[in-house]
Design a protein around this ligand. Structure first.
Ligand code: PMP
Length: 286
């Protein structure tokens, strides 16, 4: 496998960053994960726009144009011969002697890009079977709208899910509302067939899959409500599902050990998954 590191395309064993990289010492950086399907980047423009926003919010300099970053993403995908999988982009505040305050003006941000294959069949099988989620108390900071690599609460939540034999952990806030998963957005479908997901920028990351799914649902004539929903409401819902570039739309069939609806993947979630790529914008890999 090959990775891009600060201007060089390197084999993985040689693809390393400096010990004083601020990403390593302070988790002072941002990232994006883009789905690759049939060798194409899915929703590249939306991911790039979110990256730009994350950088701005953290006052990290944008190291190059979004077009130039796109060229690197596609080159890493191409060199790794990924047809189906994921491409990962990380930008940190760069290398500087350890000090919490920002490094000197002009310190170049560090850029890393990796890509890996993930067979479509595995994701499809997971969606056909449905997944289980557990819940954990929301304990993250109030800027989870920024896609930062500072992900310790998410790491601990995902590990708790794994140890419980679940696929994902949903954060539940002090009001008893589900915010989102450790690496996915959370959705339910009410008994009346209304799709519900929490408003963006209110304790969640604005997922790109989430954004595109609004278009998919509208085109399918389905009703969406953007509002907070409680864990109790989720447990009593007809369907539940999660979304992310890594998993597209994946039905949730168990929450905290209790079956959702009839315990089988929901028809609306399944339909949304089927339709998703008709709406995702596909940028060719050249
Ligand atoms: N929420 C969190 C906390 C995430 O890490 C992710 C995945 N990056 C998402 C939601 C889903 O975002 P996207 O659809 O852009 O992958």
């Amino acid at each position: 496998r090959f990775a891009y590191v600060n201007g060089l395309y390197l084999r993985h064993p040689e693809a390393v960053v400096h010990v004083e990289d601020r990403g390593y010492q302070f988790a002072d950086g941002v990232y994006e994960v883009c789905e690759i399907r049939d060798g194409r980047l899915i929703d590249e423009a939306l991911h790039m726009a979110r990256l730009e926003r994350s950088l701005k919010e953290l006052r990290i300099a944008q190291p190059m144009s979004l077009v130039a970053l796109g060229v690197i993403l596609r080159e890493v995908v191409r060199r790794n011969r990924v047809r189906e999988g994921l491409v990962y982009l990380q930008i940190t505040r760069g290398v500087a002697p350890r000090n919490h305050a920002f490094p000197a003006e002009g310190t170049p941000p560090s850029i890393v890009v990796t890509a890996k294959s993930a067979p479509r069949s595995a994701g499809d099988l997971r969606a056909e079977q449905g997944v289980s989620v557990i819940t954990v108390p929301e304990n993250r900071w109030d800027r989870v709208d920024i896609k930062t690599v500072s992900l310790l609460p998410n790491v601990l939540a995902k590990q708790a899910a794994k140890e419980a034999g679940a696929y994902e952990a949903w954060f539940v806030d002090a009001d008893g509302n589900v915010t989102e998963g450790s690496s996915t957005n959370a959705w339910i479908v009410t008994m009346d067939g209304v799709i519900v997901t929490r408003p963006a920028e209110s304790g969640i990351l604005r997922g790109i899959t989430r954004t595109v799914l609004f278009r998919v649902a509208e085109a399918a004539g389905l009703k969406i409500e953007e509002r907070a929903f409680s864990l109790d409401e989720a447990k009593a819902a007809r369907e539940a599902f999660v979304t992310a570039a890594t998993t597209v739309v994946t039905p949730v069939v168990i929450i905290d050990g209790q079956p959702v609806g009839n315990g089988a993947p929901g028809t609306i979630a399944t339909e949304l998954r089927r339709r998703f790529h008709e709406f995702a914008a596909e940028a060719p890999v050249r």
